[in-house]
Write a protein of this length. Structure first.
Lengths: 103, 322
């Protein structure tokens, strides 16, 4: 159970495979950065409060949805942004390409 | 130790029951659940009777497909089977074969087993085995979308009735199946018995529990009607976080259009991992100790642009950065 929101922990998601000892936190941060870059395209933000805590997707008007795993991010994006997130959308790929080049 | 589950699928009349009967001979440790279509209220059907000749009391889920209307019944039949064994009223088995109806889509069945709070602790899907009729299989693939879904979901394809078809027709069908699902192994069978196992570039030797995907480093997309199989050769290690973000997003956006995802990835900080998914259902990834299994990822999709899949995969991988 999450100690902040009392939400019952869901089953382990397939994306949460065990990583090498000492690499858990960096891996989680890296994933959060990736999600933040993708969600920025939809005008949304992703925040991860760390192991055992909730992650959230929020818009600029203050609406927030808690998400239990990565797969739950996309329905939240759809509801908050009113757009259909699609990794094959050429517009999204162009925007992400530019981001990678700028780094 | 969880019981291994083989899901046996294949279009109507493709020889599932004949193949099952042959496969069960000499395997007393196997339990069987048969899903028959349209048998409600009519008592056990012919398939049931045939299977009963080689296996003790197969459970029947009738009156619809186990993949949709009868999913709860399938779960109940499995729980009942488990209960019988736990109470020692039936011999303990180590394997369960679920023969689906000819119209069933295997994905929801896998979902049921993987997500049921009790079943998932007692059963693990080992293999989706799909029979394809050497005589009528080509026509089924042309006309029946269910047949294409079944082929895409397969870990092992069994081309049946090869003794009834011309060699050229069998070769052409095998070629078509390999283009549709390069990740599956292909067996040829006559009279239900496997007479030859084919190994080709698209069907490398498989690890014990989870067949490997293609190790093909080529970037080839094969189109069969509007179904494409995209092979991504993965030379270097991938970022697991980026992969998870990409695949969950792809599955959300394209839903049932993604018929199959299968691969072996070398992921940084994670190691070598087998990924296996049928439509929305992704099995828990499995760590592989065997370094000799080739890396690669196959995505089989309907109405999905192969070039965009490749580009998108690359763009998401390049998002990883400090």
């Amino acid at each position: 159970m999450c100690t902040l929101c009392y939400e019952l922990a869901g089953d382990e998601h397939w994306t949460d495979v065990p990583v090498a000892s000492g690499a858990q936190t960096p891996a989680r941060h890296r994933r959060a950065r990736i999600l933040s870059r993708v969600l920025a395209h939809y005008g949304l933000a992703y925040a991860d409060s760390g192991p055992g805590g909730p992650a959230s997707v929020s818009d600029r008007k203050g609406s927030v949805e808690l998400v239990g795993n990565v797969a739950a991010v996309w329905p939240a994006v759809e509801r908050l942004a009113g757009r259909h997130p699609d990794p094959l959308d050429p517009g999204l790929l162009e925007a992400l390409d530019e981001l990678s080049e700028d780094r | 130790m969880r019981r291994g589950v083989t899901v046996l699928s294949g279009f109507l009349g493709s020889g599932k029951t004949t193949f099952l009967r042959a496969a069960l001979r000499g395997r007393p440790d196997s339990a069987v659940i048969v899903n028959e279509y349209g048998e409600a209220g009519l008592g056990p059907g012919l398939d049931h009777a045939l299977v009963e000749m080689v296996a003790e009391a197969p459970a029947i889920v009738g009156g619809g497909c186990a993949c949709c209307t009868k999913r709860d019944e399938l779960a109940r039949a499995m729980l009942h089977r488990l209960d019988l064994e736990e109470r020692a009223r039936s011999p303990r088995t180590s394997r369960l074969v679920i023969e689906t109806s000819g119209l069933a889509d295997p994905a929801p069945i896998l979902f049921t087993i993987q997500n049921d709070p009790v079943l998932r602790h007692h059963y693990a899907v080992e293999e989706v085995c799909v029979t394809v009729d050497a005589v009528n299989g080509w026509r089924h693939l042309d006309r029946q979308p269910e047949s294409v879904k079944q082929v895409a979901a397969a870990d092992r394809l069994v081309v049946t009735k090869i003794d009834l078809a011309e060699d050229d027709a069998v070769d052409a069908l095998v070629e078509r199946l390999r283009r549709l699902n390069p990740a599956a192994g292909v067996d040829l069978a006559a009279g239900g018995e496997v007479v030859r196992t084919l190994r080709g570039p698209g069907a490398p030797a498989a690890p014990a529990r989870r067949p490997a995907p293609t190790g093909d480093a080529g970037h080839e997309a094969a189109h069969v009607a509007d179904v494409s199989a995209v092979s991504l050769g993965l030379d270097g290690p991938v970022d697991w976080g980026a992969f998870g973000v990409w695949l969950t997003m792809l599955l959300h956006a394209h839903g049932e259009g993604v018929l199959r995802v299968k691969g072996v990835l070398e992921a940084r900080d994670v190691g070598r991992v087998a990924v296996n998914g049928v439509q929305h259902v992704i099995h828990p990834p499995e760590h592989l100790a065997d370094e000799s299994i080739g890396r690669g990822l196959v995505v089989i999709g309907r109405g999905i642009d192969a070039d965009l899949v490749r580009r998108s995969f690359g763009v998401f991988q390049s998002l990883e950065g400090e």
